[in-house]
Design a protein around this ligand. Structure first.
Ligand code: HEM
Length: 450
């Protein structure tokens, strides 16, 4: 299908990819938002792995398959740049990692990366374990059913606050309220800042959160020695000139970390619990796998059960918490014989990569795909729940350890049953979530009714 053009030809000599633009301005945005997967599959059948469309008011090109995914990740800072909605740009701190580009981004990653390494997570396991135990006990003591999504949001938020700010963090429920209003604004299509709009409320909550972060950071800067939490690490960080990070920059990063690590983890864990409830054979295998894990939990203990990671990976393959990200071309480029002009949108389609023809039976929940003897399933560009390239998720070890602790405790000590008759069809935006929020009844394993 590659058009016949000399290999040294300039981009203008290559044709645009096949495809259609759809309606004026709106393009094909609605169909894409309804189900990016169905949208992509239909066009993949018609045009192949490279096709154009129009999304969010801009011409766009979908590039599918593992090679295309690698090409996109390799293009960061060379021919592609990150693309965020105006709402996200206004609600996140202007100097946070996600909004900076090029060498500034790489430099910031270099400074932050050591605080998010797998080894660093060792110190956090006891705090995650103790919070997860407390919340799970409460869920299991509920006389009736409860909504898993809400429960997970409370737990994940408390874990994030504790790991970032230390054990005695402030009024969690008030902060969670403002945090939730703020995140709603991040996904609001309209950015009208009035007191009664979703976006306006988000801006007001952003102010409350910033005031809180400002206070905490100022107090902490007065300490002679920093406690061993993420804020302590950021305050101890020195750049190459030996200078500490600016306070506004630390606040911007804290806000980003709260956002980036919260609903993602909630989505992955809640959807995995749903899959396990629907696949009793897999659940049983999981229980057997964790039976010998010693408690209190440790990083080494978690690592000794690869099946736990297999479950988490397969859960995120089947339902990626982040379905995709967006880039824009910074110059005319050529991919597989087609010209992609400067300024076009290039989605990184995680959902499509996880369901592509490279995966046998992609709709089936099968953790054995990630067994150590199945290395071909881990080819670059096929499995990317945490993204890839220079912008790969900074908190991926954080997330994996947090989810592993929760899963081991759940498998070892609890049973959970879905409430019959609930609506488990998925809404996709902003995160893939069953409409019911997953209603279930949880009980301690030993006292579970047969
Ligand atoms: C299951 C949980 C998670 C998933 C699926 C996830 C997924 C992702 C993805 C796909 C990206 C790349 C976005 C892009 O390419 O534009 C990303 C970036 C990021 N994530 Fe995560 N994430 C998770 C948890 C976390 C946690 C727990 C933290 C922090 C504690 C975190 C912090 C970040 C940050 C700071 C970035 C921006 C990196 C950059 O721009 O250099 N994430 N995440």
């Amino acid at each position: 299908m590659t058009p016949p053009v000399a290999p040294d030809a300039s981009p203008e000599q290559f044709p645009l990819p096949p495809g259609r633009s759809g309606l004026p301005v709106l393009g094909e945005t609605l169909a894409y938002l309804r189900s990016s997967r169905a949208f992509t599959e239909a066009r993949r059948q018609q045009y192949g792995n490279v096709f154009r469309t129009q999304l969010f008011g801009s011409p766009a090109v979908l590039l599918l398959g593992p090679e295309a995914v690698q090409w996109i990740f390799a293009g960061e800072g060379k021919y592609l740049t990150n693309r965020w909605t105006p709402g996200v740009r206004k609600l996140l701190g202007a100097r946070c990692l996600s909004l900076i580009e090029g060498s500034e981004h790489l430099e910031r990653r270099r400074l932050l990366a050591p605080h998010f390494s797998y080894a660093t997570m060792r110190q956090f396991v006891p705090a995650i374990e103790s919070l997860a135990r407390r919340h799970f006990e409460r869920w299991a003591a509920q006389p009736g059913d409860f909504t898993l999504w809400e429960g997970m949001r409370g737990l994940a938020f408390e874990i994030a606050l504790t790991l970032i700010f230390g054990q005695d963090s402030a009024d969690t429920s008030l902060l969670l309220h403002h945090f939730q209003r703020w995140t709603k604004g991040l996904f609001s299509p309209l950015t009208v800042d009035l007191p009664f709009t979703t976006f306006g409320k988000a801006m007001a909550s952003k102010k409350v959160m910033l005031d809180y972060l400002e206070r905490v950071v100022s107090e902490r800067q007065k300490l002679a020695e920093q406690p061993p939490d993420l804020l302590g690490s950021l305050l101890n960080t020195r750049d190459d000139a030996g200078q500490p990070l600016a306070r506004e920059l630390i606040i911007d990063e804290l806000q980003l970390l709260l956002f980036a690590g919260h609903d993602t983890t909630v989505t992955a864990t809640s959807n995995l619990m749903l899959q396990l409830a629907q696949h009793p054979d897999v659940l049983q295998r999981g229980r057997e796998a964790v039976a010998s894990v010693e408690e209190p939990l440790s990083l080494d203990g978690l690592r000794s059960v690869p099946y736990v990671a297999q479950l988490i990976h397969e859960g995120m393959r089947l339902i990626p918490p982040i379905g995709g990200a967006f880039r824009t071309t910074t110059k005319d480029v050529v991919f597989q014989g087609f010209r992609i002009p400067k300024g076009w949108v290039v989605p990184v389609s995680i959902t499509s990569a996880h369901a592509g023809p490279e995966w046998p039976n992609p709709n089936q929940f099968d953790p054995n795909r990630f067994a150590p003897n199945q290395p071909e399933q881990k080819k670059a560009g096929m499995y990317l729940p945490f993204g890839g390239g220079p912008r790969i998720c900074l908190g991926q070890h954080f997330a994996m350890v947090e989810m592993s602790v929760m899963l081991v405790l759940l498998l070892k000590h609890y049973t959970w049953e879905l409430t019959p008759g609930q609506d488990l069809t998925y809404t996709r935006i902003p995160f893939p979530r069953p409409k019911s929020g997953i209603q279930l009844r949880m009980r301690p394993l030993a006292s579970a009714t047969p």
